[in-house]
Design a protein around this ligand. Structure first.
Ligand code: DC
Length: 238
């Protein structure tokens, strides 16, 4: 007989390599809770922009840190798209956190220890009962080091650039492939070289390079690992 405990799935990797897409699709298949932790760092960045803690390319870290207790975040399910959307102090910011200006500052904000401590705490609470698929940069290493299943997703830079560019154009932003690529490379560098919880591939993570995989191929591959793990550890699948 299987236990009724659901596993926790951690998905980490570089920017724009399809982590959230995979996490969302897996969550739908398994009836798990999907949490996009990057959205939370983006929302703190949006708060900093709106309250002038970021101006002229400069981040006022101590000013932002002093206001962290005033940042309330939670996810609400959009029943049309079946996707959790982030609410910042009562306002849905799902669209606004995806703008290029937020992307250009978010890695700086995510370097701050106090920001990470606040968000990691909230992420752990969301995942305490299992049945969660969370994607980000430090999920398998810091947020859920004991997650039953960890994926590390990669793809070539050119592929990631094209995907992010297509997404931005689809949403009506004017940009260039060069600008998108520059932002991706910069973010990857900061995210993997920062002092606080840098992006790393943990020894127990399964690496998936999706450069040449379709979405459905990637999903089937990931699902095969989930099924294997669930059977091995005698957990329930959905
Ligand atoms: O996944 P994303 O591109 O939306 O994430 C935005 C930024 O937030 C990313 O550049 C790094 C940071 N981040 C982080 O430091 N830790 C996480 N768990 C998730 C995101």
């Amino acid at each position: 007989m299987s236990s009724d405990k659901k596993i926790t799935i951690a998905i980490d990797g570089y920017s724009s390599c399809g982590k959230s897409t995979l996490a969302k699709e897996l969550a739908k298949e398994l009836n798990y809770l999907f949490v996009d932790s990057g959205a939370m760092y983006r929302a703190v960045t949006l708060f900093a922009l709106r309250n002038n803690y970021i101006s002229n390319n400069d981040l006022d870290s101590s000013g932002l840190i002093s206001q962290l207790s005033k940042i309330n975040l939670h996810f609400e399910l959009n029943t049309d798209t079946n996707t959790p959307e982030l609410i910042l102090n009562g306002q849905n910011v799902a669209e606004e956190i995806r703008t290029p200006v937020v992307s250009s500052y978010v890695s700086k904000v995510a370097e701050l220890r106090e920001v990470r401590e606040k968000l990691v705490l909230e992420q752990r609470i969301m995942g305490e009962k299992g049945g969660v698929i969370m994607d980000g940069r430090d999920i398998g290493s810091v947020v859920f080091p004991n997650a039953e299943l960890k994926f590390f997703i990669t793809a070539e830079v050119a592929t990631r650039t094209q995907r992010r560019y297509d997404e931005l154009v689809k949403r009506g932003f004017e940009t260039t492939l060069e600008a998108v690529q520059k932002n991706l490379i910069q973010r990857d560098y900061i995210d993997s070289h920062r002092e606080e919880s840098p992006l790393i591939k943990t020894n127990d993570a399964i690496e998936i390079d999706n450069t040449n995989l379709s979405r459905s191929e990637q999903l089937s591959l990931a699902l095969s690992f989930v099924k294997k793990k669930v059977i091995e550890q005698n957990y329930t699948l959905t």
